[in-house]
Design a protein around this ligand. Structure first.
Ligand code: NAD
Length: 510
């Protein structure tokens, strides 16, 4: 049997097939999470380069906003076709660069495809209301118009899908886009951008500059966020980043859409179907090596069953295969880099210091040389389970690694309070067969999150719903439902078709 290609060789093959240069210029090395090797050199945008991309996006917006929306939808439909053709290559690149297992990487590209289909439909439904006017001979209505250039700042863990959620909707809404991808996932960005630009190059109404890309670190993102030409800053990442972006954008009275960290809880009640609950918990907690914003981080279990649930989870976690995600049967790939593994170490140390019991998991650094399925240079960790006495500070923080904190509860009100007792508000779930408990969890005084599920995990949302969360998660909504409204401006129009001039509220002005 042939030895598997190194990530570097693998990337060379994929990038050649996608037509992406491996030495696009001086600036930033693009690394593989699998072994830390440099896959390519990516040109970093400087201040003037970023300025030029924003200027081009502004010029493109002026032309694109008057293209009829269904025609804009046709451009997105064609992008969706191109993504279908390149799905496998792009998914392989996601696996190489950020370490997702192939099935999850393919799922991420599928989100782009699904979003294209959704956005095409929306392109014929960007409608406002007709409202009853209080004045005779008057018509009151709303229109939705294109907003302006939209900047999309993305995190490393969904290196394609989050841009696609934003960009495909922005395109049908008549906006141009400036993408600032994560500095840890530039290759995925270059590849996705190239697929879309090849389609737009053959689309007569698409002006140059419609989809812009600026690779760089946080300073490049900050420049884009500060620019008054950027009508909407859609930023996905840590709470720290979101706080910085929110202040800059608010300072110029711009519009921001924030998708920030989560600290997601699942309540397991005494009546839960435990076989189903364990399956839901394992995918939500260990999938993507704990690097989803919706990853399950806290498990709140009825005290009568908490020890049994912990024992079952420890036994399943022990069987998770961890290693090079390209190898068959691997379920957990690497963390993105060594700093992420150090953050996991530090969190587990803090948990021990708080008196919590670390039941399993942690950094696999010592075993790497002995295990050929885990190349040196990757940040290999085993998903951890920590049985907590209470929710201390470390439990209430988001550590972007697979650590599942388990707390017991006695009564249902206490379970809801524990679930909500964190600064973040992204997703939550409950496993129960009691309809009253399920409904109470979904009710106004139940979970305070933006995404709340029953009898499933906290992760793996569909694109048809609005995605996002409350509190420090930032309040933004992306993807499905009526999220498109964030990318447009609403005008309220009153048309007088009478020969009188009645004033609203009965005001008489002589
Ligand atoms: P990060 O905050 O380190 O970086 C995210 C992006 O922000 C990067 O492109 C980075 O260059 C940019 N950035 C950093 N500082 C900036 C600044 N001052 N101004 C403008 N841009 C700046 O996040 P990460 O480590 O890449 O991703 C992990 C985090 O993202 C986790 O907290 C996770 O929960 C969150 N996340 C949230 C969602 C969601 O939809 N809520 C989705 C994915 C990830």
């Amino acid at each position: 049997m042939n030895a598997p290609l190194s990530p570097r060789e693998d990337a060379a093959e994929i990038l050649a097939a996608l037509g992406v240069s491996r030495s696009a210029g001086p600036g930033m090395p693009a690394r593989s999470a699998i072994d830390g090797s440099v896959l390519a050199q990516v040109a970093a945008a400087d201040h003037d380069g970023t300025e030029a991309v924003i200027a081009a996006a502004q010029a493109a917006f002026v032309r694109w906003r008057v293209v009829p929306a269904p025609r804009r939808g046709e451009a997105v439909r064609r992008i969706g076709e191109a993504v279908r053709q390149h799905k496998d290559l792009l998914a392989r690149l996601i696996t190489l660069e950020v370490g997702k297992i192939p099935s999850e990487a393919a799922g991420e590209v599928q989100e782009w495809i699904d979003l294209c289909d959704f956005a095409v439909g929306e392109s014929r439904r960007l409608h406002g209301l007709t409202i009853a006017s209080e004045r005779p001979g008057h018509r009151l209505m709303e229109q939705w118009h294109p907003l302006g250039p939209v900047s999309v700042i993305t995190a490393f863990n969904f290196p394609v899908a989050v841009w696609a959620w934003n960009a495909m909707l922005a395109l049908v809404c008549g906006d141009s886009v400036v993408w600032k991808p994560s500095e840890k996932a530039n290759l995925c960005a270059l590849a996705a951008q190239r697929i879309a630009l090849q389609v737009l190059a053959d689309f007569p109404e698409a002006p140059p500059g419609l989809l812009g890309l600026v690779c760089g670190n946080g300073a490049v993102g900050a420049q884009v966020a500060a620019d008054p030409r950027v009508a909407l800053v859609s930023a996905t990442g840590s709470v720290r980043m979101g706080r910085a972006v929110a202040q800059v954008v608010a300072g110029r009275l711009g519009r921001s859409l924030l998708e920030l960290g989560g600290n997601n809880a699942l309540v397991v009640t005494a009546s839960a179907d435990l076989d189903l609950a364990v399956r839901a918990i394992v995918f939500a907690a260990a999938g993507t090596c704990g690097q989803r914003c919706t990853t399950l981080r806290r498990l709140i279990v009825h005290r009568s069953i908490v020890d049994g649930v912990c024992a079952r989870l420890v036994s399943v976690f022990a069987r998770l295969r961890i290693g090079d995600p390209r190898a068959p049967g691997i379920m957990v790939g690497p963390l993105i880099d060594a700093a992420a593994a150090s953050a996991m170490d530090a969190a587990l140390d803090a948990a021990r210091a708080d008196g919590h019991a670390v039941l399993c998991g942690g950094h696999l650094r010592d075993t790497v040389p002995a295990d050929p399925s885990r190349p040196a240079g990757g940040a290999w960790v085993a998903p951890a389970i920590v049985h907590c006495t209470r929710q201390t500070d470390i439990v209430r923080q988001e550590t972007f690694a697979p650590i599942l904190y388990v707390c017991g509860y006695t009564d249902f009100t206490e379970a809801v309070a524990l679930a909500n007792d964190v600064p973040q508000g992204l997703s939550a779930a409950i496993c129960t067969t009691d309809a009253r408990e399920a409904e109470r969890f979904l009710a106004a005084d139940g979970s305070d999150c933006g995404i709340v599920n029953v009898n499933m995990g906290t992760s793996g949302a569909e694109i048809g719903g609005a995605f996002g969360g409350e509190k420090q998660t930032g309040g933004g909504r992306e993807s499905g439902s009526d999220s498109w409204k964030a990318y447009m401006r609403r005008t309220t129009n009153t048309v007088n078709f009478s020969d009188q001039l009645p004033l609203a509220q009965g005001v008489d002005f002589g």
